[in-house]
Design a protein around this ligand. Structure first.
Ligand code: AMP
Length: 120
């Protein structure tokens, strides 16, 4: 497992060093609009703790952090109104997964029908 890089861009957003277009925040997560949206709704949900990936998060986060994270995902999906028609959640992981930012984040993509699950 790669070690956590405190200089990744989402760490800087969490520290308030870089702005973000915030849509939700609580004790466990920060959620903000993706800077390069791939759908009418494209939100990134990130844990406040220092976790590189979904693997790192699942292995090291406390039960409270895990529950808090996914409770927030549900709340955001409902508040943004994407739960009714559906949406896609994606956690790109590592190089094969195309992960660019090494702080765990879940993409929530909705507002239109999202295309094929995996591009060839
Ligand atoms: P991933 O490839 O899963 O690591 O996705 C990283 C995502 O972060 C991409 O969709 C980027 O558009 C997005 N992103 C990068 N920098 C920022 C930023 N400063 N604010 C919001 N989204 C960002």
């Amino acid at each position: 497992m790669p070690s956590y890089d405190d200089n990744n861009i989402f760490a800087k957003i969490l520290r308030g060093e870089i702005p973000c277009d915030k849509v939700y925040e609580d004790d466990y997560v920060l959620a903000f609009n993706d800077i390069s949206p791939q759908a009418p709704v494209h939100i990134l949900v990130i844990p406040k703790g220092k976790y590189v990936s979904i693997v790192d998060f699942g292995a090291k986060a406390s039960a409270e952090e895990l529950a808090g994270f996914y409770a927030a995902v549900s709340k955001i999906a409902q508040e943004k109104g994407i739960d009714a028609d559906g949406f896609r959640s994606i956690a790109n992981t590592g190089s094969n997964g195309g992960q660019e930012v090494p702080h765990y984040h879940l993409h929530l993509l909705g507002g239109r029908r999202i295309g094929p699950m995996v591009s060839k």
